[in-house]
Design a protein around this ligand. Structure first.
Ligand code: FES
Length: 118
């Protein structure tokens, strides 16, 4: 399993607000590709749609399908199991049977490494 780098945003009393974790490199998710990974209890998806990097939950909100084995198109990521498409900007499903949006995560790129805020 890939080892992740991370740093945390905290309040003045030390509560963790969020943390940035290293997902992968740009080389690992080229244009038109999907990349799934696990960080502790989170399963996340990185998508490269026309050179823009997006991060969402890895598992479809309809059932237990791994979206990294799905398909990427201009509309978003298509679930391989029942073919719902999720918008990568707001997570909204574009068609049934999925009705619940995917969670969307902030992404930043440093050099050729992709980080996700969880
Ligand atoms: S598991 Fe994804 S649409 Fe059903």
């Amino acid at each position: 399993m890939m080892k992740t780098l991370k740093w945390k945003n905290t309040t003045s009393i030390g509560d963790i607000l969020s943390e940035w974790i290293k997902a992968c490199t740009l080389e690992q998710v080229k244009e038109g590709q999907l990349f799934g990974f696990i960080h502790e209890d989170k399963k996340l998806l990185i998508a490269n749609l026309k050179g823009k990097i997006h991060a969402t939950d890895l598992i479809c909100t309809h059932a237990d399908a791994d979206l990294s084995t799905g398909f990427l198109s201009e509309e978003g990521v298509r679930c391989p199991l029942h073919l719902s498409v999720f918008n990568l900007v707001n997570g909204e499903p574009q068609n049934l049977p999925a009705e619940t949006p995917l969670k969307i995560y902030n992404v930043k790129i440093d050099a050729d490494e992709i980080y996700v805020e969880i």
